[in-house]
Unconditional design. Structure first.
Lengths: 307, 534
């Protein structure tokens, strides 16, 4: 019951907050962007606000966190009090501090992974659509082969082979996710490459990089952006699952996914603390998708005007 | 026509949503249609013709609303009739034939099944419906009327599809049919058949019709009365013959005068041709689309390549630009053979020959601003950058008669159709080419806009000494702008020579057919042509 009331209050409170955030953005941003900001829906303002807060927390984690990330500063499972605002975890580390550092690790890694997956997947996908022929066949069949292996098992295999540093984690998840992005980018780009303006650019003698970057990508962006929002959230889940299996972000580095698992025993005692990292993931997911939806709406709205 | 009044529209207002505001599309239109009468509605795109046609069915498109006025169909107030009641009328008493039959048929069902849908709803037996369909197909002069209904839409030609659609609209013997540009997407030779079929069936069934088009010559054949729209308002309405003989409003007179543009004859040049197509055979897969095609394009002149769709005229352009390497023959530029594949051509060669496309919408990247769209060729071929590039783009915009300051940072979506086509021209000019291939550049445009584009192309040719290869199926355009004409059919050159020779008898049989199919403003033209052909 208490949780429900809390959630209701949070939603009600977020409305004026989002409204304020929109006003601030409209006032602070340069003129043409301010116009966009003024017209955006409250959900988008809310999303941008939440993402901004997460970024701020991630960037300034050492300044904001009251305790170090890895130090044992109290006894196990201390309740919430004035020193440890959110109590301590099962090793006696400060929960709030780990939550703050977790933003840096989880969001940072998820973002880097998704960005890399999109860079590789969309460039290769568009390239395949643009060139067609054997290149398209080779790349597409290779991607099909990779997708035939269950993603989690494939990641586990690769991580076991290459070890479990943060870098390999990013590279492996990015590689697995890039296959999905490849397929979307390729199918979207196939619709774009038949346009006359691509033919005109080819006849002009443009190189592949220009064709992909300037002619095709801007026109394939809307579905890719939508996919980015989804993928970003999936990557969170993947990292959490891998952490659960011991191959994700390695302890003692704070990570929201493993924090839920580590402290899961508390839930049986009616304590909501272990759910806070999960809530942090959920909130960011919602925020990202609000912004993505708004971008999609804008993209489709412009299309209507053109037609 | 003194039958009873079938459709009465009074002071009709329709608005369309633009962001938060409602902008007027139709502003106070009155319309009266008697039983069995055909009313032609003419206007440029954006004049509100289609909106009026749909409003006559009590319908407004998504994002539009009927905001005022009165629509009475056979005594029924369509504005007060609930959606159910209107649905009961549509398809049975009011039917609609859309511009693109290809887009309006469901590709997954056979023609006759789509025909039968409404008759079956009215309780007719499937067998009866199909028998009636065959009778109608025969009446519409479709080939193999017994069998054609059992084909899928992609298995019949565009003109046949348009007739099948008209047959479908006729299925329940409606009192009123609305034709929205039913022949605009067709070749002249096909158009004449569809026009004849539509006219006969409307007469035989004594159906009232609203015929929407932008082609005056077409409407002259079809309509008893003509109504002219401009920006959502009526300019004038009169009996067809009166309107053609003595238009009153200035706007109508300007419409009538559009086809008057014609460039003076020029003497044939003596020097060697700029581009020479020699014995080209080309095609896709195993099928040859071009068979031994040869013609020359002299420097500074306009060569029109004419033919119906499927005649291979666009394929010639693809061979010249190097998109489709030919199986035999060659293309010479200044007497030197061009590499067959565009990828093998150096930039200096690519620059010589530029292309303008039919659909400016798909020929301009919607995400690039005009600055980049026009600037890119100048940047690539001429190495311009920074201030020099900016100045060049502004020059080009001025050359195509667009105000540089207000247009340079626009996106293509912020332009009208004619303006987009001008940008296509500017992009071609930016490369400073010697030959521009114009692929049906005016066929997607209104007549007034068309004339503007043709005048611009003519002016540019005189100033810059460009050669044009003008691919078109519109003979009026050919008359206006061409120096030389190449007539193509089934991938072969039927006839080629200076315009005066081609347009003067004696003609090759196909040229004769093509020339006689171009609608004329004379309301008796269609009847005359059909009689002569029999």
């Amino acid at each position: 019951m208490g949780v429900m009331i809390f959630l209701a209050c949070a939603i009600v409170a977020s409305i004026p907050l989002s409204w304020g955030a929109r006003r601030v953005m409209a006032a602070v941003l340069p003129r043409n962007m301010a116009r966009v900001a003024r017209d955006m829906p409250l959900t988008a303002a809310f999303g941008i606000m939440v993402i901004a807060v997460y970024l701020f927390v991630a960037l300034f984690a050492p300044l904001l966190a009251p305790f170090p990330e890895r130090a044992v500063v109290g006894s196990q499972f201390q309740p919430w009090d004035s020193t440890h605002w959110l109590g301590t975890d099962r090793l006696g580390r400060d929960m709030l501090s780990r939550l703050i550092y977790g933003a840096r690790n989880t969001v940072g890694i998820a973002f880097a992974t998704t960005a890399l997956a999109f860079l590789v997947g969309s460039v290769l996908g568009i390239w395949a659509a643009l060139r067609g022929g054997w290149l398209d066949q080779v790349l597409s069949r290779f991607v099909d082969a990779l997708m035939a292996i269950p993603a989690l098992i494939f990641s586990l295999l690769l991580l076991t082979i290459f070890g479990t540093s943060v870098l390999t984690l990013i590279l492996v998840i990015a590689a697995v996710d890039a296959t999905r992005v490849f397929r979307i980018a390729r199918s979207v780009a196939q619709g774009v490459v038949v346009m006359d303006y691509i033919e005109a650019a080819r006849l002009r003698g443009e190189g592949t990089a220009y064709l992909i970057g300037r002619e095709i990508l801007p026109n394939a962006l809307a579905p890719l952006v939508a996919e980015f929002g989804l993928r970003f959230c999936f990557v969170f889940l993947t990292i959490s699952s891998l952490s659960f299996l011991g191959l994700g972000i390695q302890p003692p580095t704070a990570d929201w996914g493993s924090m839920v698992r580590d402290n899961a025993t508390l839930i049986t005692f009616g304590d909501v603390t272990p759910l806070l990292p999960a809530g942090a993931i959920a909130l960011l997911t919602v925020a990202v998708n609000f912004v993505v939806d708004w971008q999609l709406y804008r993209a489709s709205g412009l299309k209507e005007q053109a037609g | 026509m003194t039958g009873e009044v079938l459709l009465q529209i009074k002071d009709l207002h329709v608005e369309g949503r633009a962001g938060d505001a409602w902008l007027p599309i139709l502003r106070g239109i009155d319309l009266t249609l008697h039983r069995g009468e055909v009313l032609g509605v003419i206007g440029e795109s954006g004049a509100g013709k289609s909106t009026l046609g749909l409003a006559a069915m009590g319908f407004a498109r998504d994002g539009c609303r009927i905001s005022g006025g009165d629509i009475r169909f056979d005594g029924i107030d369509l504005r007060q009739t609930p959606e159910r009641g209107k649905r009961a009328l549509r398809g049975r008493r009011i039917a609609y034939v859309a511009q693109s039959a290809a887009a309006s048929f469901n590709p997954a069902h056979k023609l006759i099944d789509q025909y039968s849908e409404v008759p079956l709803l009215t309780g007719m037996a499937r067998r009866t419906a199909q028998a009636e369909a065959v009778a109608l197909y025969r009446k519409m002069q479709l080939p193999n009327p017994e069998e054609i209904g059992f084909r899928y839409p992609h298995q019949v030609s565009g003109g046949q599809l348009q007739r099948a659609m008209t047959a479908m609209a006729m299925a329940c013997h409606p009192d009123l049919i609305i034709f929205d540009e039913p022949t605009t997407a067709l070749d002249v030779t096909t158009q004449i058949e569809v026009l004849a079929a539509i006219r006969d069936i409307v007469r035989d069934y004594d159906t009232a019709a609203i015929y929407i088009t932008h082609d005056l010559a077409v409407v002259a054949q079809m309509a008893d009365r003509i109504k002219i729209l401009l920006r959502g308002q009526e300019v004038e309405e009169a009996d067809t013959r009166t309107m053609l003989a003595a238009p009153k409003a200035d706007y109508t007179k300007s419409l009538w005068a559009v086809r008057s543009f014609a460039r003076p004859e020029r003497p044939a040049p003596k020097e060697a041709p700029l581009l020479s197509v020699q014995g080209v055979t080309a095609g896709y897969g195993k099928i040859d689309i071009l068979k031994d095609v040869s013609f020359d394009i002299p420097a500074g002149r306009t060569v029109a390549v004419v033919g119906e769709s499927g005649s291979g005229k666009s394929t010639v352009a693809r061979v010249i630009t190097g998109l489709l390497p030919p199986r035999g023959g060659q293309v010479l530029l200044d007497g030197v053979p061009l590499p067959q594949d565009y990828r093998a051509r150096p930039r200096a060669l690519l620059r010589q020959c530029q292309m303008i496309y039919q659909m400016a919408d798909t020929a301009l990247n919607p995400k690039l601003r005009l600055r980049d769209l026009i600037g890119r060729p100048a940047q690539m071929y001429l190495g311009l950058s920074g201030r020099a590039l900016d100045a060049r783009v502004r020059d080009l915009l001025a050359l195509i008669e667009l105000e540089p300051d207000s247009y340079i940072d626009r996106l293509p979506s912020e332009l009208s159709g004619g303006q987009k086509q001008r940008i296509g021209i500017a992009r071609a000019l930016a490369a400073e080419p010697r030959l521009i291939i114009c692929d049906e550049v005016t066929s997607a445009l209104d007549q007034i806009v068309q004339e503007g584009i043709l005048r611009l192309l003519d002016k540019l040719q005189r100033e810059l000494g460009l050669a044009y290869m003008f691919i078109t199926h519109d003979l009026a355009t050919v008359r206006a702008i061409a120096d030389d004409v190449v007539v193509m059919q089934h991938g072969k050159v039927v006839e080629a020579g200076p315009k005066a020779e081609i347009f003067a008898p004696p003609h090759a049989p196909y040229t004769e057919l093509l020339l006689s199919s171009v609608p004329e403003m004379n309301p008796d033209w269609l009847t005359g042509v059909l009689q002569r052909r029999q």
